[in-house]
Design a protein around this ligand. Structure first.
Ligand SMILES: NC(=O)c1ccc[n+]([C@@H]2O[C@H](COP(=O)([O-])OP(=O)(O)OC[C@H]3O[C@@H](n4cnc5c(N)ncnc54)[C@H](OP(=O)(O)O)[C@@H]3O)[C@@H](O)[C@H]2O)c1
Length: 360
């Protein structure tokens, strides 16, 4: 574990800086390959959720890896597992049981981090005040599991500043819930969508003030930010429903950044072109699609880490799993960080995943 880069949560628990996302990875053989390959590459954090319907598959994969000693010396305590409460299971009793179900499915004695996946409750209108009541009750169940040491850290996902501020007030003893303030815990982790087209400075600042570790999801825009524009429509079609069909694709600045940080990957004629080019969008055609994807992913993940976030890229491709973990051989300079941040302004700002802002 000594080479694993990690952050330390407010309660002293260490959380790896780079994790493996598993959304849409739903086939046992594929889960086996991704988990094993991820561990071989050095990942020690696996991100799952009840709604991904793969907790038991991840449990099976890990069980086999331990039983067959496929990663010599690897122990349960070397791995950080995150799972999440399904929006249908909001409320004290349902949440309490859901955690036990996740523990059983994952075939572990404890889960490292459990998040409330979504501030709303399934089948409750976004505008209903019942959402706030339910998530406060779910939180009370997570606090109880946390104090019973079944969860090493607890957190939320997709919460807005309004949702988080309500948690702060509750922890300070306001809000009229039955929780005694001495038992109240503020989230250790907040997982939300974060990439250069969706930098949420107010949310980041609030997390920092409250001592909450930010975990970025969809760092690659569900893949849209790492494939050349020509392939965007086909990719979005493959993602299926629930996806923003108009979502923007690759960042125009990316070709320049790839040339700057990985000059040896670019053909000499392209590099010469880049050197002579004025600032502005470079065509991605001079870099092969595979090189483009790999390097764009590394730049986007590096951007998240330099903003202080834990990142959890998802890939089912062996080589890309390794590429996405290889993030520490370069550092984006402040000007490039600022240039990437600027995509969160005006028309460029894009949310690729679900939008929690209407949930009461
Ligand atoms: N809390 C929440 O509400 C929430 C929401 C969304 C996601 N998440 C979590 O965050 C994880 C990551 O987010 P995400 O799955 O939305 O998407 P993502 O990590 O932004 O992007 C994944 C997509 O990018 C492709 N990809 C990955 N690495 C690549 C590379 N180096 N070069 C080219 N293409 C690459 C993948 O395809 P291949 O598989 O073919 O490589 C896949 O299509 C999820 O898996 C999940 O664990 C949480």
């Amino acid at each position: 574990m000594s080479t694993i880069r990690a952050v330390t949560l407010r309660n002293g628990v260490k959380m790896p800086l780079v994790g493996l996302g598993t959304y849409r990875v739903r086939d046992q053989a594929l889960v086996d390959t991704c988990v094993l390959e991820g561990l071989r590459a050095g990942y020690r954090l696996i991100d799952t959720a009840t709604v991904y319907r793969n907790e038991h598959m991840i449990g099976n994969a890990l069980k086999r890896i331990f039983a067959e000693n496929l990663i010599p010396g690897l122990k349960r305590e070397d791995i950080f597992i995150t799972s999440k409460l399904a929006p249908i299971d909001q409320g004290y009793d349902a949440c309490y049981k859901a955690v036990m179900k996740s523990i059983n499915a994952l075939q572990v004695d404890y889960i490292d981090c459990y998040l409330i996946h979504w501030p709303g409750t399934q089948r409750v209108k976004p505008s209903s005040p019942q959402n706030a009541v339910n998530r406060a009750e779910s939180w009370r169940a997570l606090e109880d599991h946390y104090h019973a040491k079944r969860l090493r850290a607890i957190g939320v996902s997709n919460y807005t500043t309004t949702h988080l501020l309500a948690m702060e007030r509750r922890a300070q003893g306001e809000g009229g819930t039955s929780t005694s303030t001495s038992n109240a815990v503020l989230p250790h982790v907040h997982q939300f969508e974060m990439h250069p087209r969706l930098l949420q400075n107010d949310l980041m600042a609030l997390c920092q003030r409250l001592g909450i570790q930010v975990q970025a999801y969809s760092s690659l825009g569900e893949g849209r930010l790492v494939i050349p524009a020509a392939a965007l429509q086909e990719h979005v079609h493959k993602l299926g429903q629930n996806n923003n069909p108009d979502g923007r694709g690759a960042l125009p600045i990316m070709g320049d950044l790839i040339r700057k940080y990985f000059p040896t990957d670019v053909s000499s004629s392209a590099a010469a072109g880049a050197a002579g080019a004025a600032a502005g969008a470079m065509g991605v055609g001079e870099i092969t699609a595979a090189e483009y994807g790999k390097r764009a992913a590394q730049i986007l993940l590096r951007w998240g880490i330099q903003h202080g976030a834990v990142v959890i890229p998802k890939s089912t491709n062996r080589q890309r799993i390794w590429d996405n973990f290889d993030l520490f051989g370069f550092e984006l300079d402040p000007q490039d960080m600022a240039a990437l941040d600027a995509y969160s302004e005006g028309e460029e700002r894009t949310r690729y995943c679900w939008d929690p802002t209407l949930i009461q």
